[in-house]
Write a protein that binds this ligand. Structure first.
Ligand SMILES: Cc1cc2nc3c(=O)[nH]c(=O)nc-3n(C[C@H](O)[C@H](O)[C@H](O)COP(=O)(O)O)c2cc1C
Length: 174
């Protein structure tokens, strides 16, 4: 799938707006992800308030993409919806949703970036406060969105020395 290789992290965006229609399509792609026992415990918070972007940037210096992002979506888990409570599957479930969202954004011709939130306690605390997350709603990451200021090349990172056959260290391709 070409989109997988075309997806690159974009940290600078033009002023072209990202529409709610595009955001909805991206969230729809997130919700199409696989989840443990089909928990679908994800919650999506569309971030449009520039104050939230600014506040998050104060606790996460490597979030400068938020300075020009035209939209962003905070992906959280609602722990009360976990089918296997307390096991931490939500991290994998929400990560699968995040990746789907990045791919959908790429397919729509948008640039995107995964901004890490979990497990950094200061970022989690900041978002819990600014987005008023109730008890049991855990933030995983933010998908920043916008039109890229420049194209980044597609990438193939296949590394044959990290692929083994049956036992660790036994090369799959000889
Ligand atoms: C869990 C996770 C957290 C990340 N957090 C950040 C971040 O906070 N800021 C940032 O600029 N990039 C972040 N990235 C993007 C990575 O730096 C990027 O994916 C990596 O350098 C590979 O580049 P590519 O996405 O263009 O292929 C994150 C990626 C992942 C998967």
């Amino acid at each position: 799938m070409e989109t997988i290789f075309k997806r690159r992290s974009v940290r600078k965006y033009t002023e072209t707006p990202v529409t709610d229609v595009q955001v909805k399509q991206i969230i729809r792609a997130g919700m199409a992800a696989p989840s443990a026992k089909n928990s679908q415990e994800w919650v999506f918070i569309v971030l449009r308030d520039p104050e939230i972007y600014k506040t998050f940037f104060e606790v996460h210096v490597n979030a400068f993409a938020m300075k020009t992002a035209q939209a962003a979506v905070l992906v959280c888990a609602d722990l009360s919806k976990e089918q296997d409570p307390g096991q931490g599957w939500w991290i994998q479930d929400c990560s699968a949703a995040m990746e789907n969202m990045l791919l959908e954004a790429t397919d729509l011709g948008l640039g995107s970036l995964w901004l890490g939130v979990h497990p950094k306690s200061d970022r989690i605390a900041c978002l819990k406060e600014v987005c008023k997350l109730p008890e049991g709603i855990e933030p995983l990451g933010i998908v920043a969105l916008g039109e890229p200021t420049k194209d980044r090349p597609a990438i193939d990172r296949y590394l044959e020395d990290q692929v083994f056959l049956d036992t660790y260290g036994n090369p799959w391709e000889k």
